[in-house]
Design a protein around this ligand. Sequence first.
Ligand SMILES: Cc1cc2nc3c(=O)[nH]c(=O)nc-3n(C[C@H](O)[C@H](O)[C@H](O)COP(=O)(O)OP(=O)(O)OC[C@H]3O[C@@H](n4cnc5c(N)ncnc54)[C@H](O)[C@@H]3O)c2cc1C
Length: 334
Amino acid sequence: MLVLVELSEDKDLSKPAIQVLKTARKIADQIKSQLHTLLIGTDIDSKKMQDQLGLCGVDKVTIFSDKCLQSFNPDIYTRLFVKTINQIKPDYIFGVNSLFNQDLFPAASYHTGGGLVMDCTDIKIEGSTITVAKSMYSNKILSKIKFEEKHLPKLVTFRPNSLIPPEVQPKTTELITETFNTNDFPVKQKVREVVKSKGKEISLTEAPVIISGGRAMGNWDNYKILFETAEIIGAAVGASRAAVDSGYAPHSMQVGQTGKTVSPQLYIACGISGAIQHFAGMGSSRVIVAINKDPNAPIFKKCDYGIVDDLFKVVPVLKEELKRLLGKQAVTSK
Ligand SMILES: Cc1cc2nc3c(=O)[nH]c(=O)nc-3n(C[C@H](O)[C@H](O)[C@H](O)COP(=O)(O)OP(=O)(O)OC[C@H]3O[C@@H](n4cnc5c(N)ncnc54)[C@H](O)[C@@H]3O)c2cc1C
């Protein structure tokens, strides 16, 4: 069993990566397999990684660390991923359904002929048969998918925050450091420039808490109150398509069918009606709180807690109350 692991900006294992690793460890124990991980990047602290992966029960880690891997180049990353798959020959390959893996897993499936299911929210094993669950058609159905035995390896990506990680026994992780030369293979893509968004934002797709604003926000300046509240609870800020189309928020913040799919522990929807296309992107959130001044807004049929009032009255109170409860210390997402 192989897990392709991505690191956070601080070069630590991210929370979604730990969820996938511990789930993989449990399955590896059930099918009596080794758990191997692959890390591709630059300036990777191999000792720190060995320790962190050991706590997740990982047997071995292969590390490709090179300056040329600083920016994500799908061409080079795919080659290193496929090279490792061909060496290890795993039956199962898991990863977080991150933006990188949405590129790498289909490419690896193509190159290896393996079966692929992306963005799963659950996994079950009976005997040696693995069944994964994934929501489809804007969350209207939950499909359970089994792999055809003949298509090996079986590649699965998991939606961040959807797996509940089991307890695992720590292991001593064996380190394998690999080198490579880009002259050995033709590189067809070149990263010319990476433009980062301003400030240190919490990734929407990995955030444990999200506070989103819809059309009711009225303009970008009004999002300030959401960002201030988010900072206190370590949340990311999202938006509905109506807010994005109206020019209030950038598309990178859009949650929904044509935006990002998120699965936080807590989703706070402010001034969002609850259209099916918005739900397609956040319906699997563990707890949904809606703030809407219309008691008949559809979102109230789908949320766990609802507040019928003006968001511009409720959110400032919520912010102050959270600040009081949590003290001055902001909660981080790690
Ligand atoms: C193919 C397709 C793809 C789409 N993809 C997406 C997508 O990815 N994401 C997405 O979000 N939508 C998507 N949509 C659009 C979707 O159908 C809805 O139009 C959109 O989600 C509505 O956004 P909204 O809830 O912010 O706006 P509205 O539906 O206009 O709702 C605004 C809500 O705010 C409430 N309100 C107003 N003022 C206040 C206030 N002061 N305090 C509290 N509440 C207030 C109102 O009661 C209302 O319920 C898609 C549509 C199509 C057809």
